[in-house]
Design a binder for this molecule. Structure first.
Ligand SMILES: [Zn+2]
Ligand SMILES: [Zn+2]
Length: 140
């Protein structure tokens, strides 16, 4: 088990992966998330700044929730973040619909090829290393 400093309260805690928060802060954050979700539901026209100020949540945290697709906004909402690929305004997630499709296509078509190429490179490397070792042994 790994011991880390909690990003929230700076106390040491047993880190089990995921968010670097102690169980107390993790729970507090979850409470906050639920509060924010409720707030957005009740104030659909609120801006990110308003949400952040009224709920005492950092803008960074809000954006992270949006990236994780935990917070969703309606199409006509004033809230938006940028697609990580092309910068288009999106309501949730990391990429706009168009980039998502393009990325999915690229991933599918190139899925196995790079791995195969890497394998070949690796075996070539070890082959040349073998030759080098043989030469070294002979000269010794
Ligand atoms: Zn903590
Ligand atoms: Zn995009």
């Amino acid at each position: 088990m790994e011991v880390k400093n909690c990003k929230g309260c700076k106390k040491l805690f047993n880190y089990i992966g995921g968010v670097q928060l102690c169980p107390v802060c993790r729970e507090a954050l979850e409470d906050k998330f639920q509060a924010v979700k409720k707030y957005i539901y009740e104030n659909p026209k609120a801006s990110l700044v308003e949400i952040s100020e009224d709920n005492d949540v950092s803008n960074t945290q809000l954006r992270q929730w949006i990236r994780e697709e935990r917070l969703m906004f309606t199409e006509d909402s004033v809230i938006g973040i940028e697609c990580e690929n092309c910068g288009t305004r999106i309501n949730t997630g990391r990429f706009c619909r168009r980039c998502k499709e393009t990325l999915a296509n690229t991933l599918n078509s190139a899925y196995q090829k790079p791995a195969v190429r890497d394998e070949q490179k690796k075996s070539q490397n070890s082959a040349s290393r073998m030759r080098f070792l043989e030469g070294w042994n002979n000269s010794n």
